[in-house]
Design a protein around this ligand. Sequence first.
Ligand SMILES: NC(=O)c1ccc[n+]([C@@H]2O[C@H](COP(=O)([O-])OP(=O)(O)OC[C@H]3O[C@@H](n4cnc5c(N)ncnc54)[C@H](O)[C@@H]3O)[C@@H](O)[C@H]2O)c1
Length: 292
Amino acid sequence: VVVPAGEQHKTQSTVDKVIQEFISLEVDRSYTIVGVGGGVITDLTGYIASVYMRGLRFGFVPTSILAIVDASIGGKNGIDVDGYKNLVGTISQPEFILHDLSFLNSLPEEHWKNGFAEIIKHACILDKNLFAQLKENNIAYYQNDKDALAALIYTNVTLKAQVVLNDEFEKGDRRLLNYGHTFGHAIENTYNLIHGKAISVGMMFANFLAAKTNSFAESTAVADLLQQYQLPVQQNFEAALIWKYFQMDKKRKGSVMYFIVLEHIGKGIVQAIALTELEQLLYAYEKEQGAF
Ligand SMILES: NC(=O)c1ccc[n+]([C@@H]2O[C@H](COP(=O)([O-])OP(=O)(O)OC[C@H]3O[C@@H](n4cnc5c(N)ncnc54)[C@H](O)[C@@H]3O)[C@@H](O)[C@H]2O)c1
């Protein structure tokens, strides 16, 4: 079953079309569904396989850096609704994840950069040695040295898998993986950015919050690394639109929102910010970045 590429297809209408195809192929519970593609495909596959006939076995062959180091791991799957990212989904684990790095030979340059956003995220929240290693290198180095790339992927897969193994249902440390994602998700669909670029800008917003609320002082070092991997660190935006998006965020609880910020590079923490304070800070950030 072939699904058109792009985040705009991570929706219920694609799910319906795939299910129609499953019906005509007479797919039954003896099948294993295998998603071959980037994170859009692994998210969709996991979701469809979890709901079709109340759940079939599934596995992934992730083909983008981002899907290899992040999206395929951890069992979160789902779709966007009304522009809200991943609003509907389930947590169910794949039976297997198969890496074949030769797929990366055809991955467009833009999507190499995209994948490094989540790698830098892992370094920021969990691993200062990885941060230091990334500082020494660049995308071309990893593209040209397959062993270095495989080692980098192994480090990142292990980091994410360990977090998920300890906290599959996101009651504790799994929340750290959302560093950059609250603001990132809000701008991703609003301004049509690819996921990694949106998360890159989102990490900088989290750093802004940390600087204001926790006197975090390493924002420039994070920005420098993101730019070294050709990722954006700012984006003009309209605070009113983003604020509306925040109201629907899964990390909002009553009058507070949980943000992931850095205590220092290599250590992410969960911080509750009152919605009133968050709104003020969002508008202050809009002023700093320039309105859309
Ligand atoms: N479930 C999770 O835990 C999780 C974590 C992070 C991101 N995500 C999701 O992952 C998605 C982003 O994933 P992505 O960046 O892989 O996007 P994507 O799936 O849209 O893939 C990016 C583009 O690259 C193409 N592509 C993929 N592999 C290729 C290859 N080997 N050669 C040539 N072209 C290739 C795709 O067709 C697409 O056009 C977002 O929807 C995001 O929400 C999910």
